[in-house]
Design a protein around this ligand. Structure first.
Ligand code: CP3
Length: 356
């Protein structure tokens, strides 16, 4: 193709690299960002936590949300800047009071267990309940100015349901499974409320500046494949279909931890990008998913505790296995507490120097 110094790569710079990559355009390297890139491993975040010990305040005050979201952007210049928030943030607006307690994690004050409990769950109205999210996204979009993609996110219906039924984080998922396997209709009505609410929340985030949205179905893989097909897949599909109707160009990314057993089924949701965890070999994952869908991942977050040389090798290995294009380099799950910041800096330096 004729080029007068304005080849596809040059014209592509108007849009963030991450969007070009997931859309299958010709890119010179994979875009890179890290799940949980804003958070406890950063000294600057720890300082904010001392001043504002409440997670809810940090994640619900526009100025703090913007400041924390920009902390990794200022230091590492990732290709994606994710909103600082939580998948549980919509819950209070749905009449499900919660908190995130230091050392304990999410706490749902009145866990849901019956049809009457589910009846009390309100559908989510983001404009009314979380105006700070829209304001923060608008500011982030202006600050980042297409030098990176501003990323929004939501929790998937099953993962949200597992928190509100279990009452918090869970090891055994016995309460949600008791509900699923003895009163499936009750769980289905809860999942439906989350599906409708999260589709609207994705639209709200996109309308206020998010350029791609990641759906976290962190605990979907607690389900066996037949149960995933009943309790997660239909709701994910519904969200994707519904968002695609109004926002056809908005890339949707789906993450599930422990995704190996469900990979092909995750692709059936219709998302644009499947985010792999590190239990899947990237080359095998790519093969199983096919080339129509983009992949994200999948370096073991534990690698960031290794030597610089090891980190470099693992990045190169992952990029080579993913192949050229349609790959967003990321970890296979969130950064762990205690990760050395200098290793995160090294990760980004190496990743951004890659050329296909
Ligand atoms: O990636 C980012 O930088 C954006 C911020 C973000 C947070 N939570 C901030 C946060 C994102 C994308 C999430 C998503 C989220 N929240 C998920 C899905 C991702 C995953 O890890 O699978 C889940 C399951 C939650 C629920 C949740 N919130 C948990 C399990 C915890 C950890 C509890 C603990 O103390 O270990 C939280 C709290 C939370 N959300 C923290 C952060 C940075 C840590 C607590 C803090 O910083 O005070």
């Amino acid at each position: 193709h004729c080029s007068l110094g304005v080849g596809p790569k040059a014209t592509a710079t108007a849009e963030p690299l991450l969007l070009n990559a997931v859309r299958g355009q010709d890119v010179e390297r994979p875009p890179v960002w890290l799940m949980r890139q804003a958070g406890r491993y950063m000294k600057s975040y720890q300082i904010i936590c001392e001043k504002y010990p409440s997670f809810r305040e940090r994640s619900e005050n526009v100025d703090l949300v913007v400041e924390i979201s920009l902390q990794p952007w200022n230091v590492f210049k990732p290709d994606g800047v994710i909103l600082f928030s939580d998948i549980l943030t919509p819950l209070s607006g749905m009449n499900i009071p919660f908190d995130i307690v230091k050392g304990k994690g999410p706490v749902i004050f009145d866990p849901l267990g019956s049809a009457a409990d589910v009846d009390k769950v309100r559908e989510f109205n983001p404009e009314e309940s979380v105006p700070y999210v829209g304001e923060a996204l608008t500011i982030l979009r202006r600050e980042v100015d297409n030098k990176a993609a501003v990323l929004g996110f939501v929790g998937a219906p099953f993962t949200l349901a597992s928190y509100v039924v279990e009452g918090g984080s869970s090891k055994n998922f016995t309460k949600i499974k008791r509900l699923a396997f003895s009163q499936p209709k009750v769980l289905h009505s809860l999942l439906q409320k989350f599906a409708t609410s999260m589709a609207n929340y994705i639209r709200y985030q996109a309308d206020n500046g998010a350029q791609a949205v990641q759906i976290f179905d962190s605990w979907a893989t607690e389900l066996s494949p037949v149960d995933f097909e009943e309790f997660s897949l239909p709701y994910l599909k519904q969200i994707v279909d519904s968002v695609k109707q109004t926002h056809p160009g908005l890339p949707l990314i789906l993450y599930a931890s422990g995704s190996g057993g469900l990979l092909e089924r995750l692709a059936l949701t219709g998302v644009d990008v499947v985010s792999l965890d590190w239990t899947v070999d990237m080359a095998e994952g790519r093969k199983r998913l096919g080339h129509d869908i983009a992949v994200q991942g999948n370096v073991d977050p534990g690698v960031l505790f290794g030597s610089k040389e090891f980190i470099t090798n693992r990045i190169n290995d992952t990029v080579r296995k993913a192949g050229k294009g349609k790959h967003v380099l990321n970890l296979g799950h969130g950064i762990k507490v205690g990760t050395p910041e200098e290793n995160v800096a090294h990760f980004f330096e190496v990743a951004k120097a890659i050329r296909y």
